[in-house]
Ligand binder design. Structure first.
Ligand code: DON
Length: 309
């Protein structure tokens, strides 16, 4: 196995220490009450390289809520089974709108602009109910296999908390159903979506899982494959253009990597054929993306020159 050419450890630690000295901004996601009680100054990083090397700093061990990052995995599960037919139900265009927007759906006849908006991920959840006998189990098994960790679980309290308060998602699934793009029972679809968002994960488990997008769709030991090379390219392209909602352009401009954020404060980004890097810091900017996570990644690609551009 080739070693990574760069020793990332001192680079990651330096940026981590530097950001700790700077003022932190943003608010934790409180619209899911169970997420609101977290220690919001936690800050962790892990880079997993295709060579098998792992570099971590800060609070990389505590688990956090995967939230919207799971949308990339749900999309991959659907795309792996359905191929291009999937695009009849959801588009691949950046929306330029917030993650929970209902705005364009009526105009677009119920076809969400992309799979990373809540609307898009809810449609994907509906599709997964038709494709998999037990989609929850299939998701968990996939994450466990790619992370190399059998202990990864859903957090039932987080899922329940979102179920009680997720009024916009209730509106979205019903609106999509009225427009003909939800085939199953709306409650069943939403339950699956909330459960999937609730997966608990830490930076190292997340970086290892997303290494599949840096490694042409498979684990580095080649024991597990989810996507082929072309499918992996396409998922990475959607992460680059749509991974950060109405901040996707800014992320591409400042960081220059495909990536995905979640309101648990996680961000994961990928440099194809090199590495996947997970950053976690719960305080979010006004677009719902981790304030420190974005700062870290911007500095990281600037200092290392390791971006797709
Ligand atoms: O549906 C929701 O609102 C959450 N379960 C996920 C949203 C999310 O993570 C947006 N990302 N930054």
């Amino acid at each position: 196995m080739n070693k990574s050419i760069i020793n990332y450890q001192p680079i990651i630690e330096h940026i981590y220490q530097d950001l700790l000295l700077r003022k932190n901004y943003g608010e934790v996601a409180s619209y899911i009450p169970e997420l609101a009680g977290i220690d919001d100054e936690q800050f962790g990083i892990c880079l997993a390289h295709v060579s098998g090397e792992i570099y971590c700093a800060g609070d990389w061990e505590p688990q956090f809520s995967l939230q919207s990052i799971v949308k990339v995995l749900l999309l991959s599960m659907a795309y792996a089974r359905l191929g291009g037919q999937l695009w009849q139900r959801v588009g691949v265009e950046p929306s330029g709108t917030p993650f929970n927007s209902l705005g364009t759906l009526e105009h677009d006849d119920g076809i969400p602009r992309n799979p990373f908006s809540n609307a898009g991920a809810i449609v994907i959840s509906d599709i997964l109910i038709d494709l998999y006998e037990n989609p929850r189990q299939a998701l968990l098994e996939m994450i466990r296999a790619f992370a190399g960790d059998e202990s990864i679980q859903f957090d039932k309290k987080v899922a329940e908390s979102e179920k009680n308060e997720g009024h916009r998602n209730v509106a979205l699934v019903n609106f999509l159903k009225s427009l003909g793009n939800i085939h199953n029972d709306v409650d069943e679809v939403l339950d699956l979506y909330f459960d999937c968002c609730s997966v608990s994960i830490n930076c190292q488990q997340l970086a290892k899982t997303f290494l599949l997008f840096a490694n042409n769709g498979q684990t580095i030991d080649q024991q597990h494959r989810l996507l082929n090379r072309s499918q992996t390219k396409r998922i990475n392209a959607i992460m680059l253009t749509c991974g950060f909602y109405d901040e996707a352009g800014d992320f591409a401009y400042k960081v220059g990597l495909p990536g995905k954020s979640g309101v648990g404060g996680g961000i994961v980004a990928v440099l194809p054929n090199e590495f996947s890097i997970a950053v976690w810091s719960p305080r979010l900017n006004e677009k719902g993306n981790s304030y420190r996570g974005l700062k870290f990644l911007e500095q990281f690609t600037t200092d290392t020159g390791q971006s797709i551009f």
